[in-house]
Ligand binder design. Structure first.
Ligand code: FPP
Length: 267
């Protein structure tokens, strides 16, 4: 693809592989608001609009799984009014977008310590999940009260109790088995992880699942994250060579001369 070409979902589709699963750390709502002398919650409102844009872009591109880090288990430590504003926004987003999600064949999923959510939020979420459960074009997963270490601890506890009950032996533990006990069981790992706002951290997000994901860090804050930003991230993904620890080019063993040369340098 030429530099300065206007990106569209169609041009990005034509230029290479579309990641099957995209995960996003939607960061920078608070700083975005602060830079505009607005309260942090103002930034979350704008952030919810960016969620709508990202979902639409993912769907247009043909992404099959979009996973959004909406609320971490550490986020409970924020002031009560901010926590309750994010929960309200989540409820509003679901109520407002439900028919749109349905028309676009999008299934809703939520992972995390969902029992910690306020009762009303949980009820609205559960109803939406049920209503959209027949859809198959894309799965939108909201990570709520989510932490990667909590997810892994839960999985290990379940595996340990199976072993205690004699239903599993320790020799049966494998990466595949652990994956089956995670909240993301049945989903492919993210191919592309995007984080906005310029921070270069994983912040306890899908720690196990991101083992081989391509990372894309975008300077723009989440409320400014546009269709073009999303398309640029996918374009960057398309330019990467994913090797999963393997090699692509032809290789040969060392010759005796090369071996001697290396030995000389070691002494
Ligand atoms: C990170 O920015 C954002 C959050 C912790 C909340 C994300 C919530 C939304 C985008 C709105 C509602 C969600 C949905 C799914 C509709 P931050 O507050 O950590 O920003 P900062 O790092 O600049 O302080």
């Amino acid at each position: 693809m030429q530099e300065n070409t206007i990106l569209t979902p169609e041009s990005v589709q034509a230029s290479g592989e579309i990641p099957q699963h995209v995960s996003i750390i939607m960061d920078g709502n608070g700083r975005w608001a602060g830079a505009r002398f607005r309260p942090r919650v103002f930034g979350h409102h704008k952030g919810a609009l960016a969620v709508r844009r990202a979902v639409e872009t993912a769907r247009k591109l043909g992404v099959k799984y979009l996973t959004l880090y909406a609320f971490s288990d550490e986020n409970w430590g924020r002031p009560a009014y901010e926590v309750s504003a994010v929960m309200d926004l989540l409820e509003k987003y679901i109520n407002r977008e439900l028919s749109n999600l349905n028309q676009n064949g999008i299934r809703l999923n939520a992972i995390g310590e969902l029992h910690r959510l306020p009762e009303r939020t949980k009820k609205i979420l559960d109803q939406a999940i049920l209503q959209l459960s027949g859809n198959s074009q894309m799965v939108l997963t909201l990570c709520l009260s989510y932490g990667g270490r909590s997810e892994l601890s839960e999985a290990f506890k379940k595996i340990a109790s199976k072993i205690e009950a004699g239903q599993l032996t320790s020799s049966q533990i494998s990466a595949e088995l652990i994956g089956n006990y995670l909240w993301t069981a049945g989903m492919p790992d993210p191919d592309l992880m995007i984080r906005t706002s310029g921070e270069l951290r994983l912040s306890n997000f899908l720690l196990w699942q991101h083992a081989y994901s391509e990372m894309y860090f975008c300077k723009s804050s989440w409320p400014d994250f546009s269709e073009t930003h999303f398309l640029e991230a996918v374009q960057s993904f398309q330019s990467r060579q994913r090797r999963f620890g393997l090699i692509r080019e032809a290789s040969r063993p060392l010759t005796l001369e090369e071996l001697e040369e290396l030995k000389r340098e070691e002494h």
